[in-house]
Ligand binder design. Structure first.
Ligand code: HEM
Length: 499
């Protein structure tokens, strides 16, 4: 039993400075591990792991144990239809992603060099202009130490709050760009703090709307770029072609976003009404790994949800399953409730935490796939004509697959301290300049023409150890991938039964 517990929870130590306070990597890992084992008695984890083991090893995926929950149902949205029934290639790719148990087909690593901007070739290629938008977004989202910054985390939440304000009986709402376009929506209490992301995105919208892009696409595209900008973040399938919210349709319905004080069951139901199942929900709230809170508890404003908010790692999950709150971090009550829901969402937390803190741990690979799977669905909520969208995933930045620590800060590399700038709404006009910085840094995306540079990127990266080539990550080239693949199938089966 112990050996299984060990193999489920342990991983090779790899750490980066600041990953967990001041503890050296080995100690940090041992600490987490010890804490998990210590909690085991109290939370009957041995029994839980035994349960997981039975479900995954004794019963094959196709033959659930008598009385067990049925395999998760794939709920169709928009005009999606089963793959292989005459739909478009986009339909089949999305359905392949939704049906894939561990989400590995919901990320792609194809590379792309766009035609020159403002040429006919660029105009003819839907994805071309998005490549230039990406070039403007990456420096907005990147901290000078190579991690993702406050604007990136706010943009990730912005994407969720635009798309997630929807349920399956509504004919309006969802991923329609209303959070960017309707100046009133962002003022709702549930959206507190998102003015930061909106003010960063509005100038980009103004700069590119003349190219025929939709705000709805920009919001979801920016989310996916922001996630990829965080080291270890997945490169999620990214679709273009959503229609925009129209002012004449009136404000979108309020009250559809989660309350962190709510009961876990209520939250699960809220997301089920958005066609998002509990496994997807657990994967999606993992975005808190890159998040901070400012308004939920104003007495602890700016505390991150784990000790590495600039990295898309699984520390969020491992902290919560070990019931530990590293100094300076903060846990939302809802996240605590999900992680403690034995024989339910806790199993998914355990699977995601598996192997932390290696960047290529099974948990990380598992989570990246499942996050992408959940987010592809989320990013399409409320979109009617999904089949005719265009896949532009290839324009996303090349993901940073391993990360050994923030770059040594060059003297010229100053952290950008963004303030919420006064960006006049497009309805009121204005120049759309985003400025910020206790260091006097001024960054104006509307003026950032051509491929932009990461602020401070004049120095060569010293600690971003390597970026796994696309081929290697898609084709299971490395031993870690092989290991991950084996464990993935096992965990996918576990999760399917667990939730
Ligand atoms: C049960 C579901 C969820 C609840 C109750 C919840 C609640 C919250 C709360 C209260 C905050 C802090 C806001 C503040 O005080 O500044 C927050 C932040 C955040 N949330 Fe969630 N959330 C949920 C799901 C999600 C999902 C599905 C995503 C993404 C797909 C997400 C992404 C984020 C991010 C990135 C932040 C940090 C924002 C920043 O640092 O500016 N959340 N969430």
């Amino acid at each position: 039993m112990k050996a299984f517990t060990l193999s489920l929870l342990a991983g090779t130590a790899l750490a980066y400075p600041g990953m967990s306070g001041n503890a050296p990597p080995g100690e940090h890992h041992a600490g987490i591990f010890k804490a998990i084992i210590e909690r085991a008695g109290e939370r009957h984890m041995e029994a839980e792991v035994e349960w997981l083991k039975k479900r995954s090893l004794l019963y094959p995926r196709q033959a659930p144990p008598p009385g067990g929950p049925p395999p998760a149902k794939v709920v169709l949205i928009g005009d999606l239809q089963e793959a292989g029934t005459g739909g478009t290639a986009v339909n089949d790719a999305i359905m392949g992603c939704f049906r894939n148990q561990n989400g590995t087909t919901c990320e792609t690593f194809e590379e792309y060099t766009p035609p020159k901007k403002d040429t006919q070739s660029c105009e003819k290629d839907t994805c071309c202009i998005w490549s230039y938008i990406k070039d403007d977004l990456v420096p907005l989202f990147t901290e000078c130490d190579g991690t993702c910054n406050d604007i990136a985390r706010a943009t990730v939440r912005f994407g969720f709050h635009d798309a997630g304000a929807w349920h399956q009986n509504l004919t309006h709402g969802g991923a329609d760009g209303s959070l960017l376009l309707d100046p009133e929506e962002v003022k709702r209490p549930a959206n507190a703090g998102l003015d930061r992301a909106r003010n960063a995105l509005l100038p980009v919208w103004k700069k590119y709307k003349g190219y025929g892009i939709s705000a709805a696409d920009l919001v979801q595209f920016a989310h996916n770029v922001a996630v990829t900008t965080c080291p270890l973040g997945p490169r999620t399938l990214t679709y273009i072609g959503r229609p925009d919210w129209k002012p004449e349709d009136g404000p979108n319905q309020d009250g559809l976003l989660p309350d962190a004080n709510d009961l876990a069951d209520n939250l699960i139901n809220l997301f089920a009404n958005k066609t998002i199942q509990s496994i997807d929900l657990v994967a999606l709230i993992g975005a808190h790994t890159a998040g901070k809170q400012r308004f939920f508890d104003t007495t602890q404003a700016n505390k991150p949800f784990d000790s590495t908010p600039g990295v898309w790692d699984v520390a969020f999950y491992s902290d919560l399953v070990a019931d530990r709150t590293p100094e300076g971090t903060f846990h939302l009550p809802s996240d605590g409730k999900f992680s403690a829901r034995v024989n339910g969402t806790r199993n998914a937390f355990l699977a995601m935490a598996n192997g932390f803190p290696t960047d290529n741990s099974a948990g990380q690979i598992q989570w990246n796939g499942l996050y992408s799977k959940g987010y592809v669905r989320l990013s399409l909520l409320g979109v009617q004509k999904i089949q005719s969208l265009t896949d532009c995933t290839k324009v996303l930045p090349v993901p940073v697959k391993t990360f050994s620590g923030p770059r040594a800060l060059a003297p010229t590399c100053k952290s950008i301290d963004y303030v919420v700038p006064d960006v006049p709404d497009e309805t009121t006009g204005g120049n759309g300049t985003v400025s910020g910085g206790k260091n006097g840094t001024i960054f104006a995306p509307s003026a950032a023409a051509g491929p932009s540079k990461t602020p401070g990127s004049t120095e060569s990266p010293t600690s971003i150890s390597s970026t796994v080539p696309a081929q290697a990550t898609t084709n299971a080239a490395g031993p870690s991938r092989v290991l991950g693949g084996g464990l993935l199938s096992l965990m996918a089966a576990v999760l399917a039964f667990a939730l």
